[in-house]
Design a protein around this ligand. Structure first.
Ligand SMILES: Nc1nc2c(c(=O)[nH]1)N[C@H]1C(S)=C(S)[C@@H](COP(=O)(O)OP(=O)(O)OC[C@H]3O[C@@H](n4cnc5c(=O)[nH]c(N)nc54)[C@H](O)[C@@H]3O)O[C@H]1N2
Ligand SMILES: Nc1nc2c(c(=O)[nH]1)N[C@H]1C(S)=C(S)[C@@H](COP(=O)(O)OP(=O)(O)OC[C@H]3O[C@@H](n4cnc5c(=O)[nH]c(N)nc54)[C@H](O)[C@@H]3O)O[C@H]1N2
Ligand SMILES: [Mo]
Length: 765
């Protein structure tokens, strides 16, 4: 072992301190300039009371007494059973489902972030296991970026390219970001980056003369040291603002006409809409002001600056997590084309800077290890956030990105590494849907809401209790993730759980090929090492790496502005789009004939927004939490210390607080037709009036567990959000499209109970 053991998480690497077999503290990684405060919560991970200690089965499932036994999930006590018993139950349910209904009746989409590490990646292990036993209905896309993932390939030919930070420093004069670039989000990178560098890049840009503009309902979405111009905007109206800017450019003849004709397809089809020749409504600055609440003068100023200065446009992922979220992503590309700086140093556009730490980083020339898996024999997969639609409407049809599909009938859900009772919109609707299948199996380390709504719960070791490798896609360094402490006695490695299940399903040989998980880890590393050597990069052998702890990796070569090759030589380096150019008009999308996503970007009214709100309604933004990763470590000290009256903080403008008779520290009830929750009031000038902010991830803590419509006493915004797809193109989640009402909670304040284990009935084994 190295002198100091190094391990890591999605929010960065750390050196553990172990006292008497317990994780007593952590020190951040030496090379990380801005370590995440979420690291401080790690000591709470190992032995918190909400740890699942033994396999557990819902009492009604165990007794199976009555046809409707699956309709009481979340409301009954659990019974602890032996591993043998629990694994037999899972294997029998899988076999029964397979025999009676076929493999497509198993839902294994199992979305979620799980933990960092290349081997023990829960969702990947589940998919590998289920593929080996005949397959499963899977999921397509993410809750993060579903609308972007669907629209960008049509208009850019792939997921889009981002310029490296290096190319923006000293070159970008004006940086305009929709949704800001909040450092709270840049703490995190999927897979766990070694360094949190976004803050430093932003300061370098500022110090070399860049002016920043933060277009967001929330002022501190851009750090105050940047002295940014804050342009408060009504949520979900960014596309109208962009159209107003585009209209100004055309009217004042500022737009880059040569760029549009040389590098873009379909500006002529878009122009009549922009000018109002199609619908009688020019998308001018007064029209844009009436929708966005951004003053017409500001829109005009920004439009001029975008053209006259070397400008860069960025959109946070949040702005597409909204009704018709495809449109602002599409329109921002059009606006950047009209400004004409794409491909030049410091100019152009990108998506997701500040949404996650790795965006804008160059990454390494050597790729990380990957566990191979058999292809899933079941081809069907649903757009990930349509899960409740699928469970509620088996056999019904839906449209998705040009195809017509039918929802399968699901008998069994198996989840590992995610928390849908945190992440899905409209939890009350999810409860109804979740009660439909006959069996729900969940692998977890903690009694999350999802574990509480399972039939069979299998307790698995945490990242602290197993050997793994941290190797993040955007990073120039890899690190070891050695086992730091022992798992509780009856808690097992997820790898071994699947090995024993594979044994019961007759698939053991394929699962582990006779090797232990530690042997697999070494083998995976050595495979990466061989691939690196073939490209002329020498990596140390596994044992040396394991001794070293940290492994610097060679950077990818070249940091050119995105699309510079295309701009320099469009004939030889066309974009991989149908036209070979930026698609301002998409004949493909036009051919789908979707009213909610036609052939060029347009303004479409969201289902809920301040423009159609009642006077007492407020727009709820449920952003990513600063003090944890989603729902992970909500019980950890960093998250707990941030709570107000034990509840998730609700930020609101002083005028809105006064109008509702609320003061700092009060408990408020948030409600709409879909549900209700409590939250702790925090008054802030950083919010625009009419908009309130409640981060995601507070564990759902219902007053009557298992009952749809119950009050959540803790502050899960998904009690209130709307469960609808962005459009037929992406079918993405729209959590940022939510109106609510609010009132002071004057009754006794209910205690938070969700961090205690659920009720247990006497064990039978
Ligand atoms: N209202 C609203 N809702 C949202 C969003 C929003 O902006 N607003 N954002 C959405 C987005 S972008 C995302 S990505 C999702 C995130 O949603 P999730 O990714 O589902 O959230 P997490 O809390 O990270 O859930 C991961 C779970 O995996 C468990 N886990 C960790 N390691 C392991 C392991 O090794 N094995 C197993 N079996 N389990 C493990 C953790 O204990 C945790 O319960 O939320 C979405 N929901
Ligand atoms: N600390 C921490 N960091 C995280 C995560 C976490 O759980 N914790 N999750 C990670 C994940 S999975 C993801 S996908 C990314 C998500 O990254 P994002 O989607 O970019 O993050 P959000 O915090 O949802 O939103 C960023 C900001 O957008 C603003 N915003 C919301 N709606 C609108 C709108 O309609 N218009 C405009 N202009 N602005 C709007 C909000 O003020 C919000 O603060 O974050 C990652 N980073
Ligand atoms: Mo995400």
């Amino acid at each position: 072992m190295a002198e100091r053991i190094l391990s890591g998480t999605h929010w960065g690497p750390f050196y553990p301190e172990v006292t008497d077999g317990k994780l007593s503290g952590v020190t951040p990684f030496d090379l990380d300039p801005n370590p995440s405060p979420i690291l401080n919560s790690l000591p709470d991970m190992a032995d918190h009371p909400c740890r699942i200690l033994r396999p557990a089965v819902r009492q009604g499932y165990l007794q199976a007494n009555g046809e409707e036994y699956h309709r009481r999930r979340g409301s009954e006590p659990f019974v602890e059973v032996s591993w043998e018993h629990a694994l037999d139950l899972v294997a029998n349910a899988l076999k029964r489902t397979r025999d009676e209904s076929g493999n497509q009746a198993i839902y294994g989409g199992s979305y979620g972030w799980a933990s960092a590490g290349k081997l023990h990646s829960a969702n990947a292990l589940l998919h590998r296991f289920l593929s080996g036993i005949g397959g499963f209905t899977g999921s397509i896309g993410t809750y993060s970026l579903a609308a972007g993932e669907a629209i960008l390939p049509h208009i850019l030919g792939n997921g889009g390219k981002n310029s490296a930070w290096e190319t923006l420093v000293g070159t970008t004069q004006l940086h305009v970001s929709f949704g800001g670039m909040p450092l709270k989000n840049a703490q995190i990178t999927h897979g766990g980056m070694t360094r949190r560098s976004t803050r430093d890049w932003l300061l370098k840009m500022k110090n070399s003369g860049c002016q920043f503009v933060n277009i967001s309902p929330v002022k501190d979405d851009l750090m105050h040291e940047l002295g940014a111009q804050w342009v408060p905007i009504r949520p979900n109206t960014d596309v109208a603002l962009m159209l107003g800017m585009a209209h100004t450019m055309v009217r004042q003849n500022l737009h880059a006409a040569n760029f549009l004709s040389q590098y873009c397809h379909g500006f002529d089809e878009f122009l009549p809409y922009l000018l109002g020749e199609v619908d009688g409504q020019p998308k001018d600055i007064d029209w844009a002001e009436s929708i966005t609440n951004v003053p017409a003068d500001t829109i005009q100023q920004l439009a001029r600056q975008l053209v006259t200065e070397r400008s860069f446009l960025n959109a946070a992922w949040s702005i597409q997590r909204a009704d018709h979220g495809e449109q602002p992503y599409w329109m921002m590309m059009v606006l950047a084309c009209m400004a004409g700086h794409i491909g030049k140093p410091g100019g152009g556009f990108g998506y997701g800077y500040g949404s996650m730490g790795g965006v804008g980083e160059i990454g390494a020339a050597v790729r990380g290890p990957m566990l191979s898996a058999p292809t899933n024999p079941v081809e069907q997969a649903i757009p990930v956030s349509r899960i409740a639609d699928m469970l509620l409407n088996p056999g019904s049809s839906y449209q998705f990105n040009g195809s017509n599909e039918t929802y399968p009938n699901i008998d069994l859900i198996y989840w590992a590494g995610g928390n849908p009772f945190h992440h899905h919109q409209d939890i009350n609707r999810l409860i109804e849907a979740w009660n439909r299948p006959k069996t729900v199996v969940v692998n977890e380390s903690f009694w999350t809401s999802t574990a509480r709504h399972a039939d069979i719960v299998l307790p698995v070791a945490t990242t602290l209790e197993r050997n793994d490798i941290g190797w993040c896609f955007a990073d120039q360094g890899a690190y070891t993730m050695p086992k730091i402490i022992d798992a509780p006695a009856d808690v097992r490695l997820e790898w071994d759980v699947f090995a024993d299940l594979a044994e019961r399903m007759g698939d053991r040989d394929q699962w582990d090929q006779g090797l232990t998980s530690d042997q697999w880890l070494e083998q995976l590393y050595e495979q990466s090492r061989e691939k690196a050597a073939a490209k002329g990069n020498d990596l140390p052998d596994f044992n040396t790496f394991w001794q070293q702890g940290y492994l610097p990796l060679p950077p990818l070569e070249g940091a050119n502005p995105a699309y510079s090759e295309f701009i320099e030589d469009p004939e030889d380096n066309p974009l991989p789009t149908p036209s070979g150019k930026f698609q301002i008009f998409s004949d493909t999308i036009h051919g789908f004939d979707y009213e909610d996503c036609p052939g060029h970007p347009i303004w479409l009214e969201p289902a809920e927004w301040l423009g159609n709100a009642q006077p007492q309604q407020l727009h709820l933004i449920s952003n990513q939490p600063a003090t944890r990763l989603h729902s992970q470590l909500d019980f950890g000290r960093t998250s707990i210390e941030s709570k107000i009256a034990d509840r998730e903080p609700l930020r609101m403008h002083p005028d809105d607080a006064a109008a509702h008779g609320l003061n700092d520290g009060d408990v408020a009830r948030l409600f709409n037709d879909r549900g209700e929750c409590l939250a702790g009031v925090m008054i802030s000038d950083d919010l625009m009036p009419g908009v309130v902010q409640l981060a995601t991830g507070a564990w759902y803590d219902p007053q009557q567990p298992g009952q749809p419509g119950s009050l959540d006493v803790h502050g899960n915004p998904n009690m209130l959000t709307l469960d609808k797809g962005t459009s037929r193109l992406a079918q993405g989640p729209i959590s940022q499209t939510t109106l609510i009402e609010i009132e002071k909670w004057t009754g006794p304040v209910p205690p938070i109970t969700v961090f205690e284990p659920p009720a247990m009935a006497a064990s039978e084994d």
